[in-house]
Design a protein around this ligand. Structure first.
Ligand SMILES: [Zn+2]
Length: 282
């Protein structure tokens, strides 16, 4: 099962730079989301491929035409929060208010219920696992935020087997689609999005892909935008993660889409035998 998802945010929605954190910072950067979305939508249309889009509520209010287009073309709209803040830096009220605002902004444009969530930067960890209760309270039934490895912005190192499962928290349950992690020796390798996807050539991705029973992808409009400006004062590792391999990324994704069957999250959810799925108690 290969699940195709995109996180819809601007190229400057980076989490680990002090100059890109708030709405007040974002007005300083040029707008690139329209041309970046066109590139994605065109490739999907050419390959008759549907996908799930985790969108910011901020994008829905600022560029409603983008959300309407995604929905009108038959793709699934989910939420990636409202203002792209790290979930573990919010308290329960702040988290819930941000989430509810994003859901209202998205649903008011499409008229369709938002059922799935992905945290900015996969920023869920042991300390803020109350997030799952807040998701359920806000009508979210599926989470795609669990990163089963150590990570700068969160992660559940001991999550175990990476496949769709139930997450149980204080007696309530939510469907979970974690990110898949491979490894080279003890080194965890996440190749279904981000820097490693852009670093590896197609043949390496092909080798990784064909060995996996379950792959959850996560792409961003900026992952395919070779013309985006370089943000000043980024660390070397962040520069690498954000800027390497931008010009070839779309070709590689298209290669994989032509070779392997991909589904959106809604279809993946229907194909899973939830009665017999693993239950992970957090
Ligand atoms: Zn994001």
């Amino acid at each position: 099962m290969n699940i195709l998802t995109f996180d819809i945010e601007e190229w400057f929605h980076l989490l680990d730079h002090p100059g890109t954190r708030t709405e007040a910072d974002w007005v300083n950067f040029p707008v690139r989301i329209h041309e970046n979305m066109e590139r994605i939508m065109e490739m999907l249309a050419q390959n008759k491929q549907s996908a799930t889009f985790f969108c910011l509520g901020w994008v829905a209010r600022k560029y409603p035409e983008i959300i309407r287009q995604i929905s009108d073309l038959g793709h699934e709209i989910a939420t990636h929060s409202d203002l792209h803040q790290l979930a573990y830096q919010q308290n329960r009220n702040q988290f819930s208010e941000d989430l509810s605002r994003s859901i209202q902004s998205l649903e008011s444009l499409t008229g369709k219920k938002v059922r799935a969530y992905r945290a900015p930067g996969f920023s869920l960890k042991e300390e803020n696992k109350w997030v799952f209760e807040e998701l359920l309270k806000n009508g979210i039934e599926i989470d795609c935020s669990i990163f089963p490895a150590k990570r700068a912005h969160g992660g559940f190192e001991n999550f175990g087997q990476q496949e769709p499962c139930w997450v149980e928290m204080n007696g309530v349950r939510l469907k979970e689609f974690p990110i898949n992690v491979s490894s080279i020796g003890n080194f965890p390798l996440i190749f279904s999005g981000g820097g490693y996807f852009r670093l590896f050539p197609s043949w390496v991705l092909d080798q990784l892909w064909k060995d996996q029973r379950y792959i959850m992808t996560y792409f961003h409009p900026r992952d395919f935008d070779a013309g985006q400006p370089m943000i000043e004062d980024l660390s070397f590792i962040r520069k690498f993660k954000s800027y390497y391999g931008l010009s070839s990324a779309m070709c590689k994704l298209e290669f994989l889409i032509k070779k392997y069957p991909f589904v959106d999250l809604a279809r993946a959810e229907r194909e899973i035998d939830w009665e017999n799925a693993r239950v992970v108690r957090l």
